[in-house]
Design a protein around this ligand. Structure first.
Ligand code: NDP
Length: 434
């Protein structure tokens, strides 16, 4: 904390991982003497930079950009870019730290990184978004490359932004280097199923957890927080598996629709009109919108937090358990506070931590890199079945690792942290003190 003052989310993420590692370090004292943990907590490289741009009124605006290249033990740095006014060094470092273990869990050759800017895309025109992305890339391009560091999307960065970023990278380098960014549109180097991958993957992970107790999504009530990329495709897959999503949210409030969320309407409002969620309830008579309170008060069997960090607190966890929730799988990064996790685990709720449950997005990004390297494009079905297999493998590995290291098999937090750590630690030990 003295070394990284004011970086609350980074401290939280590091504490969460380190508090699981005791049994692994006892069995592997060489990782302690090799300074693996100390080295892992210090990013290999941190870049912070000025992003000047001109808004539609001709006024000069200045934002701060970041790229944290955290660990290249397993491959090129890999992780998304977040554009949101809350972005600061501590947030980007927490996300980059989580990414190291998540990427390791996928079993693919990708290191950990993350980036972004404190830019608020909300209410900005396409022209403003483009000028911001071009300015951001004008600095970022010197740090990235298909074998160095491969950014993707995250909050506030979707296909539109990836397009503008890629266009500027190409212009600056005079290279069509498809593998430098993932999350590209399918028409020019993107992978089928990447847009859907994080949400689908979270549902696949939850499905595996439920199956261990002889349960499934069929006929279940589900709440999904957020209504962005991860949430929308989590809802889509839940519905395909026979579940009923009765509530979702955005930062202005949440909507309850006992008929089940109308996904086409939600997509139209959030992806095409880029409007607030309250519009859903204005259009749909069975729905109501609340600007106050929390969607975790809505009774459900399964909750999928897919919005942002620390959105599910202790009181939310108490409300969920009182209503008999069976499983919580994190589509977002660190959406549950440590106190909430304690309540959920204490009540015997199946809990899938983000670094395992939402790893499907980055896994499919790695599949996109494979397709780019081979100048190939797989079908949607082929890519989705690879994604499903990766999620199954992560689930199996989490359980097996928790069991091996003295935890209950359904201690997915212990299993994910240790399994991810061991893979990175082995590579670091083999590569020497670097
Ligand atoms: P988007 O920007 O597409 O969507 C974010 C959604 O969360 C929006 O609906 C936003 O609402 C909502 N939101 C933000 N803050 C709050 C809040 N305090 N309360 C309720 N809702 C809120 O981002 P993504 O869907 O891509 O990312 C969501 C989460 O998933 C993040 O934690 C991200 O790091 C994680 N993730 C994303 C991956 C990906 O592939 N995209 C991969 C792995 C993890 P509003 O529009 O009002 O801001």
């Amino acid at each position: 904390r003295r070394r990284n003052p004011g970086e609350a989310e980074f401290h939280q993420a590091v504490t969460e991982v380190l508090s699981s590692l005791g049994p692994a370090l006892e069995r592997h004292p060489e990782y302690v003497s090799g300074g693996i943990v100390e080295r892992l907590c210090e990013p290999e490289r941190q870049v912070a930079f000025r992003v000047p741009w001109v808004d539609d009124q001709g006024a000069v605006r200045v934002n701060r950009g970041f790229r944290i290249e955290f660990s290249s033990a397993l491959g090129p740095y890999k992780g998304g870019l977040r554009f949101h006014p809350s972005v600061n060094l501590g947030i980007v470092k927490f996300l980059g730290f989580e990414q190291i273990f998540k990427n390791a869990l996928t079993g693919m050759g990708i290191g950990g990184g993350k980036g972004g800017a404190d830019f608020d895309p909300r209410g900005r025109s396409d022209g403003e978004i483009m000028r911001f992305c071009q300015s951001f890339m004008t600095e970022l391009y010197r740090h990235i490359g298909e074998r160095t560091d491969v950014p993707a999307g995250d909050i506030g960065v979707g296909g539109r932004e990836i397009g503008f970023l890629f266009g500027q990278y190409k212009r600056l380098t005079n290279r069509f280097e498809a593998g430098v960014l993932t999350g590209k549109p399918v028409a020019w180097g993107g992978s089928h199923a990447r847009t859907e991958a994080t949400g689908y993957g979270t549902v696949f992970f939850a499905q595996e957890m439920l199956a261990t107790r002889g349960k499934s999504f069929d006929g279940r009530r589900v709440v999904v927080s957020g209504s962005g990329n991860v949430a929308v495709y989590a809802i889509e897959k839940v519905q395909a598996l026979g579940g009923r999503v009765v509530a979702c949210s955005d930062s202005s409030g949440y909507v309850v629709d006992e008929d089940g969320i109308d996904l086409e309407l939600l997509k139209e409002i959030k992806e095409v009109r880029r409007a607030r969620l309250s519009v859903y309830a204005e259009v749909k008579p069975t729905a109501h919108f609340s600007a106050r309170g929390t969607l975790y008060d809505v009774p459900c069997d399964i909750a999928l937090p897919c919005a942002t960090q620390n959105e599910l607190g202790r009181d939310d966890a108490v409300a969920l358990t009182k209503n008999g929730v069976l499983a919580v799988a994190e589509g977002a990064n660190m959406p549950s506070t440590p106190e909430a996790i304690e309540v959920l685990r204490g009540a015997g709720v199946l809990f899938g931590p983000g670094k395992a449950a939402n790893a499907g997005g980055v896994a499919t990004s790695a599949l996109e890199m494979q397709q780019n390297a081979a100048r190939d494009q797989w079908t949607f079905e082929q890519t989705e079945s690879r994604l499903a297999a990766v999620m199954r493998d992560i689930h199996t590995e989490c359980r097996a690792t928790a069991d091996t290291y003295g935890g209950a098999p359904d201690d997915y937090v212990l299993g994910a942290n240790i399994a991810g750590f061991l893979r990175v630690a082995d590579a670091m030990a083999a590569q020497g003190i670097v």
